[in-house]
Write a protein that binds this ligand. Structure first.
Ligand code: HPA
Ligand code: ZN
Length: 326
């Protein structure tokens, strides 16, 4: 079997990573102190006790609460730098990073503060950390679609350095169909389109993301397995699914890793990629997710390389940029 050192060294591509989900407890406390913010936790151990989740919403509540410490461009830059350093150590060669601007603007942090803080560091990712990167702005589906549309207009107006848009936050009751106007505008401006669908929500939401939002990748998508026609469609078109094993276990989408449907998804011929989602919350980064596939399912170097190859093809890269990663 593969050794941990070999798993670490394998070149990897990350396509489903929320930058706010890389905010580690230690950094939360450091930024709270720097910004004079009082947190409801007594100390680090008390904060660390909060990381037990029963579903997506129980995670989102802590995820949004912790963002209170992110106030200045420097905070966003420090967060992004810490992620890139960790990603480099994990063997990540290319990362497409989600940012949730509404989670910041609703608490009085400007759009420019969060975008510029993250973007200025991502611009240096290749020079400083040896990995290429892209920024994808994700809209919160449990907030009004009109708010997302206005924000996208603002992002276009300010010529924000973004590669595409996505859709995340509480899924059930917030179907992709509500966001058609947002995705139409994004596409008209040449932006790439992805959306979370089929994490807690039904296969119908995956169909809507594909047919109404015309996304080129589905984030999560594991509930697609409940619809045979959908599986066939995803296989025929080789639409990539950005699957996040640790996330699914910690948010109780699956009971345990050993019953995760990832091997079945691969056997069905789905274009599966493996990603870390919110690694500071779910017990590990991309290397840890890969290592768990080795330990739990006996994945070989060839299996892991195949996952990375699928991710390279699903990434928003030119053929010239893809080549050194293959
Ligand atoms: N699902 C939905 N919203 C999110 C997630 C997720 O996995 N991570 C951060 N916001
Ligand atoms: Zn996610």
């Amino acid at each position: 079997p593969l050794t941990p050192a070999q798993v670490l060294a394998l070149p990897k591509v990350e396509l489903h990573l929320h930058i706010e989900g890389t905010l580690e407890p230690e950094l939360i406390l450091r930024l709270a102190e720097r910004n004079g913010i009082r947190l409801p936790w007594a100390d680090l151990a008390d904060l660390q006790k909060q990381y037990e989740f029963t579903d997506l919403q129980s995670f989102l509540t802590l995820y949004y609460a912790n963002m209170a410490v992110l106030q200045t461009p420097a905070d966003f830059a420090d967060l992004t730098r810490a992620y890139l350093a960790r990603a480099k150590a994990a063997g990540v060669r290319h990362a497409e990073v989600f940012l949730d601007p509404q989670a910041h603007t609703v608490r009085g942090v400007s759009l420019a503060t969060c975008i510029n803080g993250v973007a200025e560091v991502l611009e240096q990712s290749e020079a400083e950390f040896g990995l290429t990167s892209a920024l994808i702005v994700t809209f919160l589906r449990d907030r009004p679609a009109a708010e997302a549309l206005a924000m996208l207009e603002e992002l276009i107006e300010m010529e924000a350095p973004i590669e595409g848009i996505g859709l995340d936050s509480a899924e059930v009751g917030h179907p992709p169909a509500d966001f058609v106007a947002v995705y139409d505008l994004a596409r008209a401006h040449g932006l790439e389109c992805v959306a979370h669908a089929g994490e807690e929500g039904p296969p119908e939401y995956v169909w809507q993301a594909l047919e109404l939002l015309q996304v080129s990748r589905i984030d999560h998508g594991i509930r697609s397995l409940e619809d045979e026609n959908l599986v066939n469609h995803l296989v025929e078109r080789q639409i990539a699914l950005t699957v996040c094993p640790f996330s699914n276990v910690r948010l109780r989408v699956v009971d345990t890793l050993d019953v995760h449907p990832l091997p079945e998804m691969l056997a069905r011929g789905l274009a599966v990629t493996v990603n870390s989602d919110d690694p500071a919350y779910f017990g590990g980064y991309l290397d840890d997710n890969f290592q768990a596939l080795v330990t739990t399912f006996g994945f070989t170097a060839a299996d892991l390389a195949a996952l990375s190859r699928t991710a390279v093809h699903a990434a928003f890269l030119t053929e010239d940029q893809r080549e050194p990663l293959l």
